[in-house]
Design a protein around this ligand. Structure first.
Ligand code: CUA
Length: 326
């Protein structure tokens, strides 16, 4: 309704542009509540204005109300109470039926994504009974458009909250307690999400993207993520890989097929295929990646990644290598 007034960049991160069946239910409930409450507000203001501007009665002692007027006032108050109760019941019914509708999205053979919140990034694992078919990534969830997807939620440290407003409401990620949420994007697109529970210094920089692909494109993306990157043939990339494996990168990050097998930070096996860095804080460009590696504390103070002082030769080689991890 007023969605067209919102700037374009907000379009991917707002509950006013629902792109999933559940978000559509929530948006409908919001507009119902908005209009009902607007009408109630205007009615109360009109009644208040009428009471204030009404001329005072001229005769009779204060407090003495003629019986017929008393009866009329009683009827008005009883009517207002009745309307109020009715309106509250309508909103209650709408709220409960919206809750039931958004919980009814299920599918027997759905993709399951395990999402683990960290200060301040999202660990993403596509579950599969066959270990070789498990995909690990970070801060970006690809899903097939038009299909329900089950998202298992967990936290590695404090309480976070998963919220992609164009697709669904919020659901908390609680340490030691797993929960789940089902999402569905009706159309292909990129939907921005964020952490919706204050979780420390960089809470505001804990974003993620949900990328809904046409099913064939999703299958191609998944097949690509399953590939182990081949050992580089180019000497520059070989040098970059050596620096990554021998340096501190390998302690925290995993790259399939290399000696880097850390689990503390995001998996980098297909880093170059992702759109953003540092949990949707920066576009994934060479310049941003270089800045992030050398001085992550200026970009996102307090995050777990330490600064890395590399020679410019090593840094260029590392950047070339990481950018080859498509
Ligand atoms: Cu994680 Cu706020």
């Amino acid at each position: 309704m007023i969605a067209f007034l919102l700037p374009n960049w907000i379009g991917g991160h707002t509950a006013y542009h629902s792109h999933g069946v559940q978000a559509a239910h929530i948006e409908g409930l919001w507009w119902l509540m908005f209009w009902v409450c607007s009408v109630v507000f205007v009615a109360v203001m009109v009644a208040l204005g009428a009471a204030i501007t009404r001329p005072p009665r001229e005769s009779g002692p204060p407090g003495a109300i003629p019986p017929e007027r008393r009866e009329r006032m009683s009827r008005v108050v009883a009517g207002a109470v009745g309307v109020t109760v009715l309106v509250l019941f309508v909103l209650l019914f709408a709220s409960v039926s919206t809750g039931r509708a958004i919980e009814s999205l299920r599918a027997s053979k759905a993709i399951t994504v395990k999402l683990t919140g960290h200060q301040w990034w999202w660990e993403v694992e596509y579950k599969d009974p066959v270990p070789e078919h498990i995909v690990q990534t970070a801060n970006e969830i690809h899903i097939p458009a038009g299909q329900p997807v089950r998202v298992e939620l967990a936290s590695a440290d404090v309480i976070h909250s998963f919220w992609v407003p164009s697709l669904h409401g919020k659901r908390d990620l609680i340490p030691g307690h797993s929960s789940e949420i089902w999402i569905q994007a009706d159309r292909p697109g990129v939907y921005r999400g964020s952490c919706a529970e204050f979780c420390g210094h960089q809470h505001a920089h804990m974003g993620l993207l949900v990328i809904a692909d046409p099913p064939a494109q999703y299958a191609a993306w998944y097949a690509g993520q399953l590939q182990t990157p081949p050992p580089p043939a180019d000497p520059l990339l070989q040098h970059g890989r050596q620096v990554v494996e021998a340096g501190p990168c390998a302690i925290c990050h995993n790259i399939q097929g290399t000696q880097a097998s850390g689990k503390l930070g995001p998996d980098l096996t297909h880093l170059a295929s992702r759109r953003t860095l540092a949990a949707a804080t920066l576009p994934n460009t060479r310049g941003n990646l270089g800045g992030w590696i050398v001085d992550p504390q200026t970009i996102k103070p307090g995050n777990q990644m330490p600064a890395n002082s590399l020679t410019s030769e090593d840094l260029q080689a590392v950047l070339a290598y990481l950018e080859s991890l498509k």
